[in-house]
Design a protein around this ligand. Structure first.
Ligand SMILES: NC(=O)c1ccc[n+]([C@@H]2O[C@H](COP(=O)([O-])OP(=O)(O)OC[C@H]3O[C@@H](n4cnc5c(N)ncnc54)[C@H](O)[C@@H]3O)[C@@H](O)[C@H]2O)c1
Ligand SMILES: [Zn+2]
Length: 378
């Protein structure tokens, strides 16, 4: 029996799943539990008791969940306030962070205070950066509410904001003290955002874990029906995998962490050309993974059958595998401007089989890259 199935078996039902991110003095836990927000006082008490707490949230998530979170924190005699900014990526700026610094000062936050990020990846990245920089760094807690934030952005300590010149150009590594995940919050997440997260979920299967990939193949119906128990297991598995990568390469120094960028070099180029408002990140990642797999087949690393398995799973979860009205040469040029390009040279994460990828730094023939893009264009 694979570890994943064992994990699902032992942790079945509405139980607490706890994953430790062993980063020595920066170690923390990820707690996953359906209904966690209804039992938040108990879960958050040791991190906030007798301290000032500033919740940071966006205009959508705060309407849905802030009341619950505020009263849970008040129950344990912590002094709590909330700062809310307009939902969406355009808010991920230094200007928003500056307004949050002002709010923090006004509320009297000091070095012993705690920031709670309640929302998707945008909230987590902004609140984390606020925590990393306010008074040279104070504690923060992640309560991710989007699937992408649960499986990816809330774990690993990357925080930051965008500049007009590009996404995530300003930032800091700053690990949370705890990550508290309530999969029930996915019930209010728009369907398109669920799909966005699922592209990253599939990514973990391809880069690291064939058993997990098979589990996803066997549970497409449950995933499409938003079966909470299935999502809990999937989120837990992704957090375990992300934690493994982060422990191996906390600050993106050894190259291990780069595998998380599978499909992303193509995806970022697609997002820049299409415009971030017209294509969702997960859709771009799905297409990007198809391009990377096609390139890997051409480079004699991956076999056709594995490429087809990836495509079939993406399609079964209603994710796109190709893009229309786009020129291969435009994508190729945009890829070279990506901040992950080193000295203008591209590095590719190419799958060798389902569950294993290679970081390929040597030059890959331009025609081969262009052909891989064309193979996934309508
Ligand atoms: N730090 C990292 O390691 C890392 C990794 C991946 C992505 N990111 C960043 O994450 C961001 C994307 O995150 P995202 O996809 O969560 O976007 P997001 O935070 O904008 O959330 C997407 C939308 O869903 C709404 N929402 C969130 N939770 C909800 C809920 N439970 N119910 C109803 N609506 C809800 C939000 O208000 C928003 O409108 C990007 O800025 C990206 O750069 C960071
Ligand atoms: Zn991504």
């Amino acid at each position: 029996m694979s570890n994943f199935y064992k994990f699902c078996y032992y942790k079945k039902g509405n139980t607490v799943k706890k994953i430790d991110v062993n980063l020595k003095e920066r170690a923390y836990s990820i707690i996953i539990m359906e209904g966690l927000l209804d039992d938040l006082s108990a879960k958050i008490e040791s991190f906030v008791s007798k301290r000032k707490v500033l919740i940071v949230s966006d205009s959508n998530v705060s309407k849905l969940y802030s009341k619950k979170v505020i009263s849970a924190i008040q129950e344990i005699s912590a002094d709590v306030d909330i700062a809310i900014f307009p939902a969406g990526e355009p808010s991920k700026t230094l200007k928003t962070v500056e307004s949050l610094y002002e709010k923090a000062i006004e509320f009297g936050l000091d070095r012993s205070s705690v920031i709670v990020a309640l929302g998707g990846g945008v909230v987590g990245d902004i609140a984390g950066f606020l925590a990393a920089t306010y008074m040279r760094g104070i504690d923060f807690i992640q309560i991710p509410t989007s699937l992408l934030a649960m499986v990816d952005s809330s774990v690993g300590g990357k925080t930051g904001v965008d500049l007009p010149a590009g996404k995530n150009l300003i930032g800091a590594f700053w690990q949370p003290k705890v990550v508290l995940i309530d999969p029930n919050t996915l019930k209010t997440l728009p369907e398109r955002e669920i799909k966005c997260g699922l592209a990253e979920v599939i990514k973990y299967g391809i880069i690291m874990d064939e058993d997990f990939f098979r589990y996803l193949e066997n549970h497409t119906q449950e995933l499409n029906q938003l079966d909470c128990e299935c999502f809990s297991s999937v989120i837990a598995r992704c957090c375990i995998l992300k934690a493994e990568v982060v422990i191996a390469d906390e600050r993106e120094e050894t190259g291990t962490r780069a595998i998380l960028n599978y499909g992303h070099t193509f995806a970022h180029a697609i997002e820049v050309i299409r415009g971030f408002e017209n294509i969702n990140h997960g859709e771009a990642v799905a297409i990007g993974m198809c391009m990377a797999a096609s390139l890997s087949v051409a480079d004699m690393r991956l076999d056709d059958a594995a490429e087809l398995r990836q495509e079939n799973l993406l399609r079964a979860l209603h994710l796109p595998c190709s893009i229309d009205n786009i020129k291969a040469s435009e994508i190729y040029t945009a890829m070279h401007k990506d901040k992950k390009a080193v000295n203008g040279k591209l590095r590719f994460i190419l799958p060798e089989t389902i569950g294993e990828v290679a970081l390929v730094s040597e030059e890959i023939n331009k025609n081969m890259i262009m052909q891989a893009i064309r193979n996934c264009s309508d």
